[in-house]
Ligand binder design. Structure first.
Ligand code: NIG
Ligand code: FE
Length: 415
């Protein structure tokens, strides 16, 4: 007989609060941590979570019991910032970086994102699909159930569309949820180097075409020294809003050129990176309810020592998430657990702040909080199970994949 309900018994369950908006400031250090806990699901949705023997009242002859004692569970982890779809790889830059060459200097010399553009243009749809699918499966093996995924290694319409179609097809083929972002404004195409505003016009021209095909939900811009100015970024995002995109911006990653001010003015969903953010911008993001998507793996991988000032952000009432930034140049990884550990080791966040960042707050950042990010009754039964006796251990024992099982909509997708 088919089980009607499934009951998972666990050592410890992390249960974030869903206040109907992202958790801000001190709220990020609050959650229910249930020891000797259970999660009950029905029809792929959360039915109830609780502690001790209370699950017995839910038990009947159609209930399946799953013993996960010795394990901890969290809502399926969510990565709210990645650049997943690209041709080739960039380990050739490693020696240059180890010798002290800077990310923007490699880009200015025609390497960096520019070299990935070429490899992505040359790659067939099938090649890109297989490569990206493998990467997404790696994310899932590490406990991730939803991922924001940007285009931006195409920059010409055809290749942008190819990247976004890869995202769409993987979304259809795997249980994981991919949330697509159009990011043709990732770098200025070389042929427009002397007339960057012309390229801005081209990006704007692509927007209705991408929307018509239903290929992207968000639009993002790399607002950075030698890439897009604050003024150009603002223009792109305003046009994107008119075209029905939700907005994000890469700002204050390497230089503060005003991108985070644009984020506050336009009240975008999230501002990303924020490694060199000013005190004034922190206050403005908090006041305008812009989520800070922090990417400590990028600081680590670029071998910089300026991490985003996460503690100061929380003291000022900001909402933050932690994301991989997975990409071939500034953060080649598929391990969100390691990024969460950097949240503690480098950003000095508490474990509760870290778990809130990659569950409920990340769900708000990708606009999926109605269906995921916490264990409220009726949300999707997305559950990540880790081989750890408690949540602290999962962050303390670093750089090792402790994920044991992943369920999406109640279906076991990693075992
Ligand atoms: O978020 N900043 C822009 N984009 C990526 C890097 C992309 C690349 O180097 O390929 C980032 O760091
Ligand atoms: Fe990025």
């Amino acid at each position: 007989m088919k089980a009607d309900k499934i009951l998972y018994n666990l050592e410890e369950v992390f249960s974030p609060k869903d206040l109907g908006r992202p958790l801000r400031g001190k709220e990020m250090n609050e959650a229910d941590i249930l020891k000797n806990a259970y999660i009950a699901i029905k029809d792929g949705k959360i039915l109830q979570i609780g502690q001790g023997d209370a699950y017995k009242s839910l038990q009947d002859e159609h209930t399946k019991m799953v013993d996960l004692k010795g394990c901890v569970a969290t809502p399926g982890l969510i990565d709210a910032h990645t650049h997943l779809v690209y041709g080739g790889s960039r380990e050739n830059e490693f020696a240059m970086k180890l010798n002290g060459m800077k990310y923007l200097d490699i880009l200015a010399a025609g390497g960096g994102i520019l070299s990935t553009l070429k490899a992505t243009k040359e790659a067939s749809f099938e090649t890109l699909y297989d490569k990206t699918r493998n990467l997404v499966e790696q994310f899932m093996i590490h406990g991730v159930t939803a991922v924001e995924a940007k285009s931006g290694y195409g920059i010409e319409l055809d290749t942008e569309v190819k990247e976004l179609e890869v995202i769409k097809k993987i979304n259809e083929d795997l249980k994981v949820e991919l949330v697509p972002t159009f990011m043709a404004a990732h770098v200025i195409a070389e042929k427009y180097k002397d007339d960057p505003d012309k390229y801005v016009d081209i990006v704007i021209d692509m927007m209705p075409k991408i929307k018509e095909k239903g290929l992207a939900e968000f639009c993002d811009v790399f607002c950075e020294k030698d890439v897009f100015t604050a003024e150009q970024s603002k223009r792109i995002l305003e046009e994107a809003r008119k075209n029905g995109f939700k907005l994000r911006i890469h700002s204050d990653e390497i230089a503060d050129i005003g991108g985070t001010k644009v984020a506050s003015e336009l009240k975008v969903r999230s501002a990303e990176h924020l490694m060199v953010i000013s005190d004034e911008s922190i206050k403005a993001l908090a006041e305008n309810n812009v989520i800070g998507n922090l990417l400590p793996g990028t600081t680590f991988s670029l071998m910089e020592d300026t991490y985003a000032p996460a503690r100061k952000m929380l003291e000022n009432g900001m909402a933050i998430t932690l994301c991989t930034d997975s990409n071939p140049g500034s953060c080649p990884t598929a391990n969100l657990q390691f990024i969460m550990q950097l949240g503690c080791f480098a950003l000095k966040l508490t474990p509760i702040e870290v778990f809130n960042a990659v569950t409920i707050n990340a769900a708000y950042s990708i606009d999926r909080a109605k269906t995921m990010g916490s264990f409220e009754e009726g949300k999707a039964a997305n559950i990540s199970v880790f081989e750890a006796k408690n949540l602290d251990y999962l962050l303390y024992f670093f750089a090792t994949n402790l994920c044991k099982k992943v369920y999406i909509d109640g279906e076991l997708v990693v075992d």
